[in-house]
Design a protein around this ligand. Structure first.
Ligand code: ZN
Length: 498
């Protein structure tokens, strides 16, 4: 076997360790009994330890050094090498003890976070958060690949992103969002969500979600949907993609848009070209790009007029009692009502980015040593007032609302917002190629859109980095104007603003 093939095999095996880890985590969230958490965490710890040791071993080092000397690698092989080297060079800087310490703290932290959130008491979570922040600082200091600690952390989720680049984009975005919000506030059109808060039979909600994702192109032969408290997507291979959703009897959007969102992630993971299955390129270009796919399907498509022109009659037939007095237009407007709210995951498309900007600003302060852990709840509350003009009643609706920090995922949040921006820019380029795409969607043809996404985005997996990929597809760097224009067009039309 050639040295290159040996390197490929090594990283293909490491990828399989990740799939095994994913399976353990999927089971933990879908089926595992509550009392099994300690034993499960020891399995996850073992797998993480074995794969980290293999990654940083001398054998890996030798294979990378030999592969480095090979000239004229083709596109796929050179990307496999690039990613292998990147992963190896990061991993050797981190001692296995630190990896294990982070994994342990994240499991205990998650437990403490759940308790703290239920009891609405930040102090329960505080020592775990403080420890996790210290560990992440050490992690970033050891890696030291960015201009700042926070840049180093960002690189794990969005290769090539820096806090300066994101700051610029976010400042510009928040200025425009405030302008849009002001206009909407002064408009006469008042929307409300009461239609969505009636009682909807959970069984029917579940069946409807399955019908939708099947029509969008989710392949049940290599994937399945289950239920969990927090919806998510994981892959056990490109031919085994799992999604989950949650059903709330008195809030229709939870299951409906949760399923469409995760389906968007799954379609990406199911769409890699065969040549990169079983390689370290079988993943999204970045988390931001992954989020662009879920958000494109959930919001740009799933909350569009065209989409509901096709689906509303079916939904009405399923829930005649609830919906008989509401038109397609009533429904469209209610799923798109805009109102600043406290909880990120329940936020509308217009205010959503403000929640991300808040988290981004706080994370920056944390990793520049400009704020103490004990000051964080207060800081969260102040920023909520500045950005959303709302008061936080208790920490469960403030700093304790998200799971991410308990697991040490700092630098993750910005990718949600970048996802919105990538999605708008991608969709714009597709609409320019296919002038009748919206008509197709209103007739229930979603597969043409899926095929554009497969061809432009999905098939490549991680062959390209996000900045390269968006330029390759659209001819331009990431530009927030596409998203801003999309918001203005959609919401000014809903509110009859010129
Ligand atoms: Zn997502």
């Amino acid at each position: 076997m050639s040295n290159l093939n040996k390197l490929k095999e090594r990283f293909s095996e490491l990828k399989k360790f990740k799939y095994i880890n994913n399976l353990l985590q999927w089971d933990q969230q879908v089926y595992m009994p509550d009392g099994s958490i300690q034993d499960r965490s020891s399995l996850i710890e073992l797998i993480s330890k074995i794969s980290h040791k293999r990654l940083i071993s001398n054998k890996t080092k030798v294979l990378i050094n030999k592969a480095e000397k090979i000239n004229d690698l083709n596109l796929i092989d050179s990307a496999i090498f690039r990613e292998a080297k990147r992963e190896y060079e990061k991993a050797i800087k981190i001692p296995t003890d630190l990896v294990i310490e982070i994994a342990k703290t994240s499991i205990l932290g998650h437990d403490a976070w759940k308790k703290a959130r239920n009891k609405k008491k930040f102090t329960i979570f505080k020592p775990f958060l403080a420890k996790m922040i210290e560990l992440q600082k050490e992690y970033a200091d050891r890696l030291d690949i960015g201009q700042s600690r926070y840049d180093t952390l960002l690189d794990d989720y969005e290769p090539g992103a820096t806090s300066e680049w994101i700051s610029k984009i976010f400042n510009y975005l928040s200025k425009h969002i405030k302008e849009i919000l002001n206009k909407l506030k002064n408009s006469a059109e008042k929307l409300d969500q009461s239609i969505l808060k009636k009682k909807y039979d959970p069984k029917k909600q579940w069946e409807f979600s399955l019908e939708i994702i099947k029509t969008l192109g989710f392949n049940f032969n290599i994937g399945r949907q289950d239920k969990s408290t927090h919806p998510f997507t994981v892959s056990l291979s490109p031919n085994d993609v799992r999604i989950t959703t949650r059903i709330l009897e008195s809030f229709l959007p939870a299951c409906l848009f949760g399923s469409i969102h995760e389906c968007g992630h799954a379609l990406y993971d199911m769409g890699f070209m065969k040549a990169i299955h079983n390689t370290n390129l079988a993943g999204g270009a970045s988390l931001g790009f992954h989020e662009s796919q879920s958000r494109l399907w959930e919001n740009i498509i799933g909350k569009s007029k065209e989409f509901w022109h096709y689906w509303y009659p079916k939904l009405q037939e399923l829930f005649p009692e609830n919906l008989k007095n509401y038109s397609e237009d009533n429904f469209y407007k209610s799923i798109n009502s805009v109102k600043p709210s406290l909880i990120r995951v329940e936020a509308d498309e217009v205010t959503y980015s403000l929640h991300i900007i808040l988290r981004f600003e706080i994370e920056n302060l944390i990793f520049n040593d400009k704020v103490e852990v004990s000051e964080l709840p207060q800081l969260w509350n102040e920023k909520t007032e500045t950005l959303l003009d709302l008061k936080i009643p208790d920490d469960s609706k403030g700093i304790l609302q998200d799971v991410h920090w308990s697991g040490g995922a700092f630098g993750y949040f910005p990718t949600y917002c970048l996802g919105n921006l990538y999605a708008a820019q991608l969709y714009d380029s597709i609409l320019k190629k296919d002038l009748v795409l919206k008509e197709k969607i209103s007739n229930g043809n979603f597969l043409d859109l899926l095929n554009y996404l497969k061809k432009d985005v999905h098939q490549y997996g991680r062959i390209y980095h996000p900045k390269e990929l968006i330029k390759k597809i659209t001819g331009k760097n990431l530009n927030p104007d596409y998203y801003i224009d999309y918001l203005k067009q959609k919401y000014y039309q809903i509110h009859s603003i010129n």
